[in-house]
Design a protein around this ligand. Structure first.
Ligand SMILES: NC(=O)c1ccc[n+]([C@@H]2O[C@H](COP(=O)([O-])OP(=O)(O)OC[C@H]3O[C@@H](n4cnc5c(N)ncnc54)[C@H](OP(=O)(O)O)[C@@H]3O)[C@@H](O)[C@H]2O)c1
Length: 253
């Protein structure tokens, strides 16, 4: 670490057009940061940016490494002092491998492409720019389900376990650099993530309360910010994995 104080002066948030990404974008913007939100749907991004004068938008599919490299070029030219990257874009589906027919293999890979490969592409493309700053943060959004899987969402849970593992490795690799590596680990939060699902999860945390807790964790400089029930799963997965697997998947058999 260089000793320079981290300030979050320019922030890029993938998946910033809705939910957690939009909530974090709004808070950083209110605090005076330059904020760029990125996602696939221009209309969603414009709707968020229109409420926050000066907020910028970038249309990008994080699962496409060519689009991600082009984005890094544009942001590097426009915001050479980018010091905060939030890898937040994500999708979730329910996939039943007990079904008798095989699934479309291309559809099976979609969550891996966004939640894991997309996060790797964005991290890889933006690290050189983050490294140029005296102090910077790379923030990955994981999930409590990365610690205790929801069997009905097996691929999603696996991608989030991978995001956690990757983040732990990245933090060690970058320990002697100016880039701090942080993981935000949400519980179930009220967003669009579960919109298309047949079964919506119970006990969702209100978005505002989640964003407040996540920002408090960032302000405190915590490397792993597990909020609410996600922290229960994080600890429970170590103390009593079988018990917590049953709790999360209660009633599925
Ligand atoms: N809500 C929860 O209960 C919960 C719990 C644990 C973890 N999380 C994590 O929190 C993060 C944010 O999710 P959310 O709950 O806020 O859901 P959300 O409202 O659905 O937000 C996800 C965002 O990601 C964007 N996105 C999806 N695929 C993308 C792609 N290929 N390229 C670029 N952007 C993409 C979406 O916009 P476009 O579709 O327009 O691209 C959307 O704005 C995700 O990583 C999710 O896994 C959420």
């Amino acid at each position: 670490m260089s000793g320079s104080k981290y300030t979050a002066s320019v922030v890029l948030i993938t998946g910033g057009g809705s939910g957690i990404g939009a909530g974090l974008a709004s808070t950083f913007h209110q605090r005076g940061a330059r904020v760029v939100i990125a996602g696939r749907t221009r209309e969603r991004l414009e709707a968020v940016a229109s409420k926050h004068p000066g907020m910028e938008i970038e249309v990008v599919d994080v699962a496409d490494p060519i689009q991600v490299a082009a984005l890094a070029g544009r942001i590097g030219a426009r915001h050479p002092s980018l010091d905060t990257l939030i890898n937040n874009a994500g999708v979730q589906t329910l996939v039943d491998f007990a079904a008798l027919e095989p699934h479309d293999p291309l559809a099976l890979g979609a969550e891996v492409d966004v939640n894991l490969k997309g996060l790797l592409y964005v991290t890889n493309a933006f690290l050189p720019l983050l490294r140029q700053q005296g102090a910077a943060r790379l923030i990955n959004v994981g999930s409590g389900l990365g610690f205790v899987p929801l069997a009905a969402a097996p691929i999603y849970s696996a991608t989030k376990a991978a995001v956690h593992s990757f983040t732990v490795s990245l933090r060690r690799q970058l320990a002697r650099t100016s880039v701090e590596v942080v993981e935000i680990i949400p519980p179930v939060v009220e967003t669009d993530l579960h919109r298309g699902l047949a079964r919506r999860p119970p006990r969702a945390m209100p978005l505002d309360a989640f964003v407040t807790a996540a920002m408090a964790g960032l302000d405190a400089g915590r490397p792993e910010i597990a909020v609410g029930l996600a922290n229960v799963l994080r600890i429970g997965s170590r103390v009593s994995p079988a018990l917590f697997l049953n709790i999360v998947n209660k009633g599925d058999q």
